[in-house]
Ligand binder design. Structure first.
Ligand SMILES: [Ca+2]
Ligand SMILES: [Ca+2]
Ligand SMILES: [Ca+2]
Length: 266
């Protein structure tokens, strides 16, 4: 390993020792850097950069989790349950959504935090984790139809799993492999984990928890969107309504119409 690599590994180790419950995990990091923690630049990100981020201008909604309002490396805590984050930020929106204790917000270094990322759809905070194999989101009221988000994983792939029980239990409704994403730096001034890219999935049934899995400090998420396979374009209701089910039954009936007619005619 050359001198530069040695210094980089040293920085990662020291950072993890100060923050994480299981610093040995950092030894598994194969890439040049993690989501956390580049040195804060001290300069604010230009506002025009925010405008040119991936476009969905009406993204801020009751069921889009942007992570804005959390402090740098603050546990999400009850921020999306009408309470505060782990270090007191908030209260956030009362969506009845909670996260496992390892789920952290992190602010972009371009905006004064320590995040090594860019191109986040809602500047300048995303979610990541430094311990465990996944951050788990619990939605006790349940949600249906679809689920989506933006993510960056430039060194290690990830996986998102949707369950019908709380705390990643019960039946798996959907599993979504997360391939490596580009690291082209656009459109931010700095950040290796850049840009974040959109991904979505549809499923049948009612989901109550989602695992955001991957390597520690090597995957970040933003604009987690409940009830839609298109991130930033949420459905109007988290809980499926009668009209939702009625529409679903109608759609199935229409789709099966030709088949049913054929059966009758034979
Ligand atoms: Ca950045
Ligand atoms: Ca940014
Ligand atoms: Ca955000």
């Amino acid at each position: 390993m050359n001198r530069c690599g040695s210094v980089l590994v040293g920085v990662l180790f020291l950072t993890s020792s100060a923050l994480a419950d299981s610093p040995k995990s950092v030894a598994k990091v194969a890439g040049p850097a993690g989501i956390c923690c580049s040195t804060p630049s001290g300069s604010s990100e230009p506002s025009q950069r925010q405008v040119t981020s991936p476009a969905h201008p009406t993204a801020v909604s009751a069921s889009v989790l942007t992570f804005e309002g959390l402090a740098n490396q603050e546990p999400l805590g009850d921020f999306y349950n009408g309470g505060t984050g782990g270090t007191g930020s908030g209260p956030g929106p009362n969506l009845g959504i909670t996260f496992s204790s390892n789920a952290l917000g992190i602010i972009d270094a371009d905006a004064g935090g320590t995040g090594n990322f860019g191109g986040e759809p809602s500047p300048s905070t995303i979610m990541f984790f430094l311990t465990g194999a996944a951050a788990t989101m619990n939605v006790p009221a349940g949600f249906a139809e679809g689920f989506s988000f933006y993510y960056s994983a430039i060194n290690s792939t990830g996986v998102v799993t949707v369950y019908d029980g709380l705390n990643a239990t019960g039946t798996v409704l959907a599993t979504l492999a997360l391939p490596l994403t580009p690291s082209n730096g656009a459109p931010d001034p700095t950040g290796n984990f850049s840009p974040l890219v959109p991904l979505g999935v549809t499923f049948s049934g009612t989901a109550r928890s989602v695992d955001f899995g991957g390597a520690q400090n090597q995957i970040g998420f933003d604009d987690i969107t409940i009830g839609s396979a298109t991130p930033g374009q949420p459905s109007l209701s988290i809980v499926p309504t009668l009209s939702f089910w009625a529409m679903g039954v109608l759609a199935l009936a229409l789709a099966a119409g030709g088949y049913l007619v054929t059966k009758r005619l034979v």
